[in-house]
Every structure is written in structure tokens, then in C-alpha cells.
Design a binder for this molecule. Structure first.
Ligand SMILES: [Zn+2]
Length: 188
């Protein structure tokens, strides 16, 4: 590349609340569920524990469960985590819900935001942008970039050189370079 970007901006993707879950309710047919403020249920069976995160249908409040631990020996559980389950620790609720091992189908709409520096993009092209994720929000880079730059998604491929696929949802950091807008038709 001939022109090295000399301006580097940081963008941050972060959640504003917990995402909902895509979950079909057998009673009311709603397709959406929530952990609400977050409640665990811990069930002891001899020396074995079951731990669930409770999930409520947004339509009718029907409760269902997301399995966190199934018949795990008490001694194998981190005591701090066990305390957290009993106390419905909000950080633990978020960690469980967002843990990909639990395969919760998450609905991130309206649950995240993009923080960009206040400085407007003007003048000194090209500009490099480093996108970081404080939470694993799956978002298509072209949508994120269009939103962050205030341009149309169709204009993104022509304006941006990106080190990841523009259309495949990213949940980890990536970077891209914004090129100068093509010169408008010369004014007479
Ligand atoms: Zn329901």
C-alpha cells in the first residue's frame, strides 16, 4: 500500500442489555424468551447437582430452563460459582447466557451498540479503524461499518478495505481502512 493510514480510530461493540433467546413457546407460540433479571435453580440429588438458568416466555411467562450443569459432582464445581448460582449473580447470568457451549439461540436485536469516537471522519484519508468487541455480538461487518460511517451498505465495499469477510458475522475484533470518497463530479 502506498498510503499508510496515519489516523487510527477505535470502535467498540458492546451490549446494552442481555439478548433475548429465540425459543418457541409450546403454550402461546411466542418465539421469544428472556432471562429477565436472571435466576438460577440449583437442585441437589445426593452428591450430584443440577444447575439451570431459568428462562421466561415473553408472551405468557411460561418458565423453561437452560441447562448449566447436569448431574455434576458437588466437589467438581467451583465454590465461588456455586455461591454465584445461589445468589443469582448477574455477571454469572450473563456469562452463562453468552457462553457458546450452552448453544442458546440469542436474539441480539436492540441489545447492543457501537461506540465510535466523536471526531468526524473528514479530510485525512485513508483512516484505519480497529473494531473491538466487549461482548460477542454477532454482527455483519458491512452493516456495522455502514452504521458507523453513516453510509449505505452498498457503498461499503468501494470505500473500505477490510481484513475479514464483509458479510460473514464477526464476533471478534477486526480492522479496516476507509479510503477517500471518490471525487464527486467536478462542479462547473
Ligand atoms: Zn408463551
Amino acid at each position: 500500500m502506498s498510503a499508510q493510514p496515519h489516523i487510527v480510530l477505535s470502535w467498540l461493540v458492546r451490549r446494552t442489555r442481555l439478548p433475548l433467546l429465540h425459543r418457541r413457546c409450546p403454550d402461546c407460540r411466542s418465539a421469544s424468551a428472556t432471562t429477565g433479571p436472571g435466576r438460577f435453580r440449583v437442585n441437589a440429588n445426593g452428591k450430584l447437582l443440577d444447575v439451570w438458568l431459568l428462562v421466561r416466555c415473553v408472551g405468557c411467562d411460561r418458565t423453561s430452563k437452560l441447562t448449566v450443569h447436569e448431574r455434576v459432582p458437588v466437589a467438581r464445581l467451583d465454590p465461588a460459582a456455586l455461591d454465584g448460582y445461589h445468589a443469582n449473580d448477574p455477571a454469572l447470568v450473563a456469562a452463562v447466557l453468552l457462553d457458546p457451549r450452552h448453544r442458546a439461540a440469542l436474539d441480539w436485536r436492540g441489545a447492543w451498540r457501537l461506540d465510535t469516537p466523536a471526531a468526524p471522519l473528514a479530510g485525512d484519508w485513508p483512516v484505519q479503524v480497529e473494531v473491538e468487541f466487549a461482548d460477542p455480538v454477532p454482527v455483519r461487518p458491512d452493516r456495522l461499518i455502514a452504521h458507523g460511517l453513516g453510509i449505505s451498505r452498498n457503498d461499503v465495499p468501494a470505500r473500505v478495505k477490510c481484513d475479514v469477510s464483509l458479510r460473514r458475522p464477526a464476533t471478534a475484533g477486526f480492522r479496516f481502512v476507509v479510503l477517500s470518497p471518490s471525487a464527486p463530479p467536478a462542479a462547473a
